[in-house]
Design a protein around this ligand. Structure first.
Ligand SMILES: [Zn+2]
Length: 445
């Protein structure tokens, strides 16, 4: 017992040293684990049948149908790499009175709420998320990387570069801001280059964007740019890595993105569904409608986002990654975005899975560590009770979660109503009533 504790401490210290990018995990033991699977989606668009996955420590070491003895029999389920969400706000929670941005939480309460967000996200099958961003991400990222708190691997932007315009700073000041984020521990840089879908004008000039993305590149960091309309092309021309949202960009803008290899992270619905589901909590808070009637106008925006993704799918070579914009109320329901993409936007189910596996990893520059079921990579493995290629609502039925070789969830199949015994809405809202409005698995397609 005491020996085990000492061992854990040693591993924690080791990981504190090597976990600077939040990737290395604390292996609880070097034990060999064998998983039997009848159907494996490898994360790159291929399906493997009837094989065994061998794990040692935090990594996959072999795919070998003859390996044994079997520790976890996942036959009859769909096994795939843990999902990657490119865009979450892991520290964003409702306040003590249940309202958005009302604060009133002590530092301790906020920390526990954030830990709960991380827990429900992991339980929903997301083993890596990119948080964009808050300085409060940093201690959570590090605690998870050390194995002290359960949660997905976190990459953080720390403090985002916000407009408006000239007030944001000269190119030199912007470069200094980027370097400061790097010093504070940022894994990437988040940039706001436009308002929202209704006020889509650019909030940074081309010159400012050039400075931000060029300096980030010099510092070895990727750039995620919140952009609509003209800002999409401007950020692409500035050499930024990935466009968030992107709505109102023209087909020509999207073609330029494809030609330059700029990733697109559009949202198909969860973010809006969550605002509408929780409108009483968002109404009147900064940045949201001042009356409940104002949310009806928001509802009308949803088809515009669907149409945008449908259009983006037709651009040859454009790379669409998976990002939910999970925030207060939607943590742990990230997989709803898969359903929206497939059901409402015509995204091919396999492409939807790949967007949150190998493509998501590629966009983060982590293809050699996560995103596929391949020997040498982190053992991030989940299993769904159902086949998402035939019924996309299977993404709600995550019954097994392994991250970095550690099993965090392994529940009986068939016993899972929605989100595997964890009720993310209850966690986020402090109420269970809202869960009734969630369609039960299999009732919608
Ligand atoms: Zn966001």
């Amino acid at each position: 017992m005491r020996f085990a504790r000492i061992l854990l401490c040693v591993f924690s210290i080791l990981c504190a040293d090597v976990g600077t990018r939040g990737i290395a995990q604390t292996p609880l033991s070097g034990k060999r684990i064998v998983i039997a699977a009848s159907t494996v989606l490898d994360g790159k668009g291929h399906v493997l049948h009837g094989t065994h996955i061998v794990i040692e420590g935090s990594k996959i070491v072999a795919i070998d149908p003859k390996a044994g003895p079997v520790d976890y029999d996942l036959r009859g389920l769909t096994v795939l790499p843990g999902w990657i969400d490119a865009h979450v706000h892991i520290t964003w929670s409702f306040g003590k009175d249940g309202k958005n941005a009302s604060g009133g939480l002590t530092a301790e309460e906020a920390a526990y709420q954030t830990a709960a967000n991380a827990w429900v996200t992991l339980m929903a099958g997301f083993t890596t998320v990119q948080s964009v961003g808050s300085p409060a991400d940093v201690p959570l990222r590090d605690a998870i990387a050390k194995g002290l708190v359960p949660g997905p691997r976190i990459l953080t932007a720390v403090e985002p570069l916000m407009g408006p315009g000239g007030q944001t700073g000269t190119p030199e000041e912007i470069r200094a801001f980027v370097r400061k984020q790097k010093e504070t521990g940022a894994d990437l840089i988040k940039i706001f280059a436009a308002g929202g879908p209704n006020r889509s004008e650019m909030t940074l000039s081309q010159e400012q964007l050039n400075a931000a993305c060029d300096e980030a590149k010099k510092q070895g960091l990727r750039t995620l740019v919140h952009a609509y309309k003209d800002a999409v092309r401007a950020a692409t021309m500035a050499g930024c890595t990935e466009i968030e949202h992107g709505v109102l960009a023209s087909d020509d803008d999207l073609k330029v993105m494809a030609a330059r290899g700029t990733y697109l992270d559009p949202q198909a619905g969860l973010v809006w569904e969550n605002y509408l589901l929780n409108k009483e909590k968002f109404v009147g808070t900064p940045g949201y409608p001042t009356s409940l009637a104002g949310f009806a106008a928001m509802e009308k925006l949803i088809p515009m986002y669907h149409e945008f993704i449908q259009r983006a799918l037709k651009i040859p070579g454009l790379k669409l990654v998976f990002g939910t914009d999970a925030l207060a109320g939607s943590h742990g329901r990230n997989a709803e975005e898969f359903i929206d993409r497939v059901r409402d936007c015509g995204v091919d189910p396999m492409a939807a899975m790949v967007s949150a596996n190998s493509l998501g990893a590629e966009a983060m520059g982590l293809s050699d560590q996560i995103g596929t079921i391949t020997p040498g990579l982190q053992a991030d493995i989940i299993a769904l009770d159902g086949d998402p290629l035939k019924d996309i609502t299977a993404v709600r039925r995550v019954v097994f979660v392994m991250k970095g070789g550690v099993v965090y969830k392994n529940v009986p199949r068939g016993a899972i109503p929605v989100y595997g015994g964890v009720n993310p809405l209850a966690t986020a809202n402090g109420s269970v009533s809202a869960v009734r409005s969630l369609p039960v698995a299999g009732t919608s397609s």
